[in-house]
Ligand binder design. Structure first.
Ligand code: FE2
Length: 318
């Protein structure tokens, strides 16, 4: 039997599963929950406490799992009785699974379609609810147990959700928010594609970069673009957001040192910059904000910086 990994964060307790769920123990797949049974809340919490991130389903049940995921996201988007915490759980689980699949296979239509669904779901959930962003962002802060590729996934989900909320507060169109969600999940995939050394640079402050580090790091927006640019299902707007996510209004960004950046692009780039500092470099939000106001005045519009600060305060992120 062939097994495919799924994220434990996508599972709901006390709801019968429409697929068989397996645990991997020393190269063996052990049936953990049978189709039709559910998982008790306590048992699910125990798995999470033990830092189990992945479980497995038989490959032939992938469609059932996808339908289960889609239903969970749709319910979270439209059920007004559901708590903010449950909504955050559904949005985070779906986005994390999408970011994971992007990391494994960034150019596939399957990954792109999943990211599209995730983006539409997080827009619905975040724009209609308070407290959801805070729960997702805190859930994706480093816990000291995860490796770099897991942190890259957390960073992607945080950029996607942060940018959607910032887009809403900035009064951007819904289609822009959906593009932010998509681009957030994809934007740093070029680093993963460039290899372990490139990914390690996400966790190293720029002050410590040598010339070789910069050469590798500066290649990552183009690497991501090259994977996606010839695909007929990829939108130009999403591609541009990814391509320009390291550019700065001052011209100090890369790879093209573009100085004419739209407010939407600047807002997205600010979310990428902020999440890298907090999630990957583990700098406190207060310190990042202080540095933004001291060092980045020329890199982003002042009103964008002020609005961003306002959002972090209002959403309880620092
Ligand atoms: Fe980046």
């Amino acid at each position: 039997m062939i097994f495919v990994p799924i994220r434990i964060s996508t599972l709901k307790s006390e709801v019968p599963f429409v697929f068989d769920l397996y645990l991997k123990m020393k190269d063996k797949y052990v049936l953990y929950i049978k189709r039709g049974d559910d998982i008790r809340t306590v048992r699910l919490s125990k798995l999470k406490e033990n830092k189990v991130r992945q479980m497995f389903i038989p490959e032939e049940q992938e469609l059932e799992y996808q339908n289960y995921l889609d239903q969970s996201l749709t319910e979270a988007a439209h059920n007004v009785m559901m708590s903010s915490e449950e909504k955050a759980h559904a949005a985070n689980g779906y986005s994390t699974q999408a970011a994971d699949e992007i990391q494994q296979d960034p150019g596939s239509k399957k990954s792109y379609v999943k990211a599209e669904k995730a983006a539409k779901g997080i827009v619905e959930i975040l724009t209609n609810n308070n407290d959801v962003l805070k729960t997702i962002f805190k859930n994706n802060l480093p816990d000291g147990q995860e490796g770099n590729s897991e942190l890259m996934i957390k960073h992607s989900v945080n950029v996607a959700t942060l940018a959607v909320k910032f887009g809403e507060i900035s009064k951007f169109k819904k289609s822009v928010l959906e593009n932010f969600g998509m681009a957030g999940l994809f934007h740093d995939v070029g680093l993963t594609r460039l290899g372990i050394k490139a990914v390690e640079l996400m966790f190293k402050p720029y002050e410590n970069f040598g010339p070789d580090d910069w050469a590798i790091y500066k290649a990552h927006p183009r690497e991501a673009t090259s994977i996606l640019q010839d695909k007929e299902y990829v939108s130009k707007e999403v591609l541009d957001l990814i391509k320009q996510h390291e550019e700065k209004k001052s011209g100090d960004g890369f790879p093209e040192k573009i100085t004419k950046l739209s407010i939407e692009q600047q807002s997205f780039n600010l979310c990428c910059h902020y999440s890298r500092q907090v999630v990957c470099l583990k700098i406190t939000p207060a310190e990042v904000l202080k540095n933004l106001m001291l060092n980045d005045i020329g890199n982003y519009e002042l009103k964008t910086l002020n609005l961003f600060k306002e959002m972090l305060q209002k959403e309880g992120l620092f």
